[in-house]
Design a protein around this ligand. Structure first.
Ligand code: ADP
Length: 399
């Protein structure tokens, strides 16, 4: 069974094809700078061969059409009809979708209706879907939503203490994101613990350019740090995470900041970058090692915020089987892991600093044998998770 995974942005599309029997990726690729004079398509084949094509690509349909030709030229596939399914990453599924959905007219309308909640992502995701349907009308398309895993969060956790009509009429509530990743690593954690997901209590920490923490009870998300949008919660590369909302009124009144200024400030100019000028964790670590005080502060703030979430999620879960670190920072930055878990013995968390320092691409336990709460590093694989969910929807449909 072959599944194509598409992650469509406004000017780029990431794609990957999986051979599901062997759980193996057979090609990855990226279409970049769609709409510009020199758009680029890059294919990375399993053989190690990299194919790059630079030419004007007017829109998503042209991009995928050229990609199809390249895939055929490189003998990855003979035609798109050979695919058993196409899985699309869709950022916002609102309250409609608690799992992946076979794409039909009604699903597309729902994704479109959710555009006000994800104005940057859902239109591009929808473009990707429309193009795939046009180029390969015989292949089933499946939408896999970033929000779906968090639909199990109870109302007292997802509601904001705002007038109720804003929830009823405007959909203002916590939705949460990175759901595909939190779900994927919790499945892997359950395997490491040799227990079913349905009895796993975990705190999963997805720390990449964006970051979020999730509390998982009996395999289900019961709270997560991102909210109505991906801005809430942890300190991220360029996003502030939690702040006092009154800061916005204060800046508007004292500095005349407009809504757009505030949006840019909180989403693009804050977080690690706002504090120390850099948003890439590797660069910040180098700066801190050179004694840069703002970089040291940024790291301290980053770890402190994660620790607060570990504490609050430990409180709501009561019993915690494991903490999972994932994402570019969670998987690679042993100092961040050590600092987030420091002095948490009272919560049953005891890191093995030697194991923590070992670099590896494998899922692994980095806690001491006596640690009541296991600490795992589990590489996430959102594309594979999308492919697996797509496969399940396609197989269920065929039955
Ligand atoms: P995205 O959220 O865009 O998918 P990633 O999950 O790839 O991002 O994470 C990117 C972050 O991971 C960057 O801040 C990068 O510096 C950090 N990172 C990658 N490798 C390392 C490393 N070896 N040590 C510390 N941070 C790392």
């Amino acid at each position: 069974m072959k599944i194509l995974v598409l992650n469509s942005g406004s000017s780029s599309v990431k794609f990957q094809i999986f051979q599901m029997q062997e759980v193996k990726s057979i090609v990855t690729g990226l279409i970049e700078q769609i709409g510009e004079e020199s758009s680029t398509i890059t294919l990375k084949l399993n053989s190690g061969k990299v194919v790059t094509r630079i030419q004007k690509i007017a829109d998503h349909i042209a991009g995928l059409d050229i990609t199809r030709s390249l895939l055929i030229e490189e003998k990855v596939i003979e035609s798109l009809d050979e695919l058993d399914g196409i899985g699309h990453r869709v950022v916002h599924g609102g309250e409609h979708f608690s799992q992946a959905a076979y794409i039909n007219e009604s699903v597309m309308q729902k994704i479109e209706k959710l555009i006000p909640l994800a104005p940057l992502h859902n239109p591009a995701n929808l473009d990707g879907i429309k193009v795939a349907l046009k180029l390969s009308p015989n292949v089933p398309n499946v939408a896999v939503f970033d929000t779906a895993f968090h639909q199990s969060i109870p109302d007292y956790a997802y509601m904001y203490a705002l007038p109720y009509h804003l929830y009823e009429n405007q959909g203002v509530r916590k939705y949460g994101f990175h759901g595909t990743s939190h779900h994927f690593v919790s499945l892997e954690a359950a395997k490491l613990l040799n227990k079913p997901l349905s009895s796993l209590n975990a705190i999963t920490l997805h720390l990449g350019n964006g970051g979020s923490a999730t509390a998982i009870e009996n395999g289900k998300s019961i709270d997560t740090s991102m909210g109505l949008t991906p801005l809430e919660g942890l300190i991220m590369g360029t996003r502030s995470g939690d702040i006092d909302p009154a800061i916005l009124f204060y800046l508007s009144r004292t500095k005349g900041y407009s809504i757009d200024d505030l949006d840019r400030l909180l989403n693009k100019e804050s977080g690690l970058k706002g504090i120390c000028g850099a948003n890439d964790m590797r660069q910040i670590i180098d700066m801190a090692e050179d004694g840069d005080k703002k970089a040291i502060l940024a790291l301290e703030m980053f770890n402190y915020r994660i620790k607060k979430y570990i504490g609050s999620y430990s409180a709501i879960l009561g019993h915690v089987d494991c903490i999972v670190f994932t994402g570019g920072i969670g998987e690679n930055d042993d100092m961040a892991r050590a600092n987030c878990c420091k002095n948490l013995e009272n919560l049953g968390i005891q890191l093995d600093l030697e194991k923590n320092a070992i670099r590896s691409k494998e899922a692994r336990d980095i806690s001491l044998p006596q640690s009541r709460v296991k600490v795992f590093v589990i590489p996430t694989n959102e594309e594979l998770a999308i492919a697996q969910q797509t496969q399940k929807v396609v197989q269920d449909m065929r039955m």
